[in-house]
Design a protein around this ligand. Structure first.
Ligand code: SF4
Length: 449
């Protein structure tokens, strides 16, 4: 059990049940293999220093005595430059300007990219501390619940939208906060579980399990992820065990298909993890898994217990129920959804889910209302016509301001060998065609793909 005040989750895997060296597993998951070839950790295109990188990350900030390098990313409470000038008695954070510059130079300058600035403007302001994250605003909004929780929720969200557009100030009237209303509603959804589109109807609060087999929140690992898209790296990533999908090519199958893996955490534990990741230099808190949806009640309940301000990233398969998606509105600053399939038959075959397209497109439309968005689409081999092209077309028609990560890194893992058509890497000509099609549609993909 993880106990409060004794976390050191930034740097190592908490899951002792997985028989791999913790550091290696953690950093492999951090996406080092995706680092750009211009990175200082690569020699002639080969990840020659991969094994050393944890050590480098751990000790280099302590040793750095030179002048500050590059612009301040706005992610550090104690910028390295201040420390070097002897103005701060606090030890330097384990991840800082120098580390980001060395490991992910593209992330270092991401906020100067026009495409990113245009699509993620509010997220960037929250990262820099110029605006409050949405969950803090939800904490400030007071609502009257005499007409019922869902009615109060709708009214609270309207107040938030008016506040964000500068049409009103927040008043201290009402019985409870909008965030508290969301927490209560999420617990109600879990009582007769309708957190995701499976709508199993089991009482999760009493320990019953549904399709996802998740009981309470368990964390597989939590660390500063250096392998995400440039604007969200370094990312304070929290991996929840368990998932409501059964993707045959899942790269995180040891987390997603084993909900009993990892360590059980309380809401207080979660809040401490979030604060520590932010203090360690994370631009954001990135909720992922597995899948975060089955843990929504605990995630929401952890937020008022935090003391740091940070943007929330919802890194999800977007198979939430409509009610759960609405609860996330006004909490999530940056949506990071997967859009895997267009053809429902592909979704059934490879992820064992039904009504995929109608569920995900419905939720994407709701999410697009409030919060910035980076949509991820993993191009599967032999799925350009049935999935990739219709998905890109839907994005251009419905969420045109979203950034799109058209991902080429598919590799057959887990049970993909049982499906010959996807038991291979995606071909170069398929990726070229996907990028060409995205250009024809005018999609914003180059800055994050
Ligand atoms: S989260 Fe989804 S899959 Fe899990 S029990 Fe609830 S409705 Fe079922």
């Amino acid at each position: 059990m993880i106990s409060s005040g004794r976390h050191n989750l930034d740097m190592y895997n908490t899951d002792r049940t997985i028989p791999r060296a913790p550091l290696v597993k953690s950093f492999a998951r951090a996406g080092l293999s995706n680092l750009y070839k211009g990175s200082a950790l690569y020699i002639r295109g080969r990840p020659a220093l991969r094994g050393l990188s944890p050590v480098v990350w751990a000790i280099a900030p302590q040793m750095w005595k030179g002048p500050p390098i590059g612009p301040d990313l706005g992610v550090l409470r104690t910028p390295l430059s201040a420390h070097c000038a002897g103005r701060s008695p606090a030890p330097p954070p384990p991840f800082g300007d120098l580390m980001t510059w060395m490991i992910r130079p593209d992330a270092f300058v991401a906020f100067e990219n026009e495409e990113i600035r245009n699509s993620l403007s509010r997220y960037i302001r929250v990262v820099r501390g110029e605006e409050a994250p949405l969950f803090r605003i939800a904490q400030r909004i007071r609502v009257d619940i005499s007409g019922g929780l869902w009615k109060a929720h709708e009214e609270g969200l309207n107040v938030m939208k008016e506040f964000l557009s500068g049409e009103c100030d927040l008043e201290d009237q009402g019985q409870i906060s909008l965030l508290d209303v969301k927490i209560r509603l999420a617990k109600e959804l879990a009582r007769n579980c309708r957190l995701c589109e499976w709508k199993c109807g089991v009482n999760r609060l009493e320990g019953e399990i549904g399709v996802c087999r998740v009981r309470g929140p368990r964390i597989s690992s939590a660390f500063i992820h250096m392998g995400e898209e440039p604007p969200i790296t370094p990312s304070g990533t929290i991996f929840f065990s368990g998932c409501n999908f059964k993707c045959v090519f899942c790269q995180n199958w040891d987390i997603s298909q084993y909900p009993e893996s990892g360590k059980p955490v309380s809401e207080r534990d979660l809040s401490i993890m979030m604060d520590r990741l932010r203090r360690s230099g994370a631009r954001n808190i990135n909720l992922v898994g597995g899948e975060p949806t089955p843990n929504l009640p605990s995630i929401l309940a952890a937020l008022p217990l935090t003391s740091e301000d940070f943007p929330i990233i919802w890194n999800s398969n977007m198979y939430m129920s409509e009610e759960a998606t609405k609860l996330l509105i006004g909490i999530v600053d940056l949506w990071l959804p997967d859009f895997k399939y267009w053809d429902d038959e592909c979704a059934r075959k490879y992820s064992k889910v039904v009504r995929y397209r109608e569920t995900v497109t419905r939720n994407l439309k709701i999410a697009y209302e409030l919060g910035d968005m980076i949509i991820r689409h993993l191009v599967l081999p032999n799925h350009l016509e049935c999935c990739t092209k219709p998905i890109l077309k839907w994005i251009s028609d419905n969420t045109p301001n979203a950034l799109v990560n058209i991902m080429a890194q598919y590799r057959p893992e887990y049970m993909a060998r049982n499906y010959p058509e996807i038991d291979k890497r995606v071909r170069r000509d398929e990726m070229v065609e996907a990028y060409r099609y995205a250009d024809d549609l005018g999609l914003k993909w180059r800055s994050v793909s």
